[in-house]
Write a protein that binds this ligand. Sequence first.
Ligand SMILES: [Zn+2]
Length: 388
Amino acid sequence: MSTTPSNDPVEWLKQLVACPSVNPRGGPIDAPPFGEARLNKMLADTLQHWGADIEFQEPLPGRTNLIARFAGRDTDRSLMLECHSDTVSVEGMTIDPFIPRIRDGRLYGRGASDTKGAMAAMLAALAEILENGEKPPTTVYLVASCNEEQGATGSRALMESGFRSDAAIVGEPTGLRIVDTHKGAVRFELDVIGRAAHSSDPSQGINAISQAAQIIRCIDGPLAAEIAHHGHPRLGPAVISVGVIRGGSQVNVIPDHCTLEIDRRLLPGETAETATAQLRQHLDEVAAGNPLLEYQLTQTQYYPALESDPHSAFGEMVQKTVRTITGNAVFDAAPWGSDAGAFHAAGIPVFVFGPGSIRQAHSADEFIELNAVHTAAKVYADLIRRFR
Ligand SMILES: [Zn+2]
């Protein structure tokens, strides 16, 4: 990676896509293309040359958050520009995921939209300011965090470490709209424990699959109905679903184990705690009518929901910036989650803004329109200069 600041976001995007950072999803992280550490190291080496103070965190073994700090003229105020470093897997992709190719004004490659396009634009914005010999008005943090795609672990660990900024922009493919509100999610593994027996006499065992089926009926029935009762004016109702079921070993054995993976989308105002309490209450009701039911519930992932105020001082500043550059500033509510939820939960004013489309994120031929990347770079640079 070049050590002199380059304000061309396309050059950055090529380098970012060519450095694979696939989320290992629990698998090994020591071999490419998996893990964020290589990408974050490469960024750190460059940003250090630009005068940044570098800090790494390791929220998961071998997986890092990078915090690059550029001191501003006013070091009491700070703006964070944040992106996640991980991408989804490359399974089923119809293009070469790590050889960036430009065609018809688009750059193709894994992560181009989600979310290396935004990261490239942030790097170019900073470079433009630094190469002019400018010092930003306030301190600027460029943060690249890990494991967004599997539970936003990096952003939550960043907040747990006590890191704070006075405002934040999270780079995700919002189509250059300003996302002020999005859903959150909490995910669970629910292990149902039964007792094995020969299938010639099931009464000698406890069928964990049949027990799990009772729980699924409860989740899809009374619990889903209760959850759907409360809606959000822009996001609609909260939802719950069972996405994975594993159980049994062979057809003539009463299964002693069945595991469900449960996905619960959260509305602003709901938290992992409130959703877990609600789920537990329904599980207790199933257990009350079924003394043989034995289970263990584990929370595996948590993305807090986002609901920022567009009319706040920072909201109006972001709006003004986007309107100045693009001629149009639209606030939006999104069904997906992002690192912004953790920052919002910690009290940081935050909006999500970036180039690219969520339709292109995770897709088999992921690409990004380069015009949008250039526009986003201008927006980020203007915001850095405007922020006080
Ligand atoms: Zn993303």
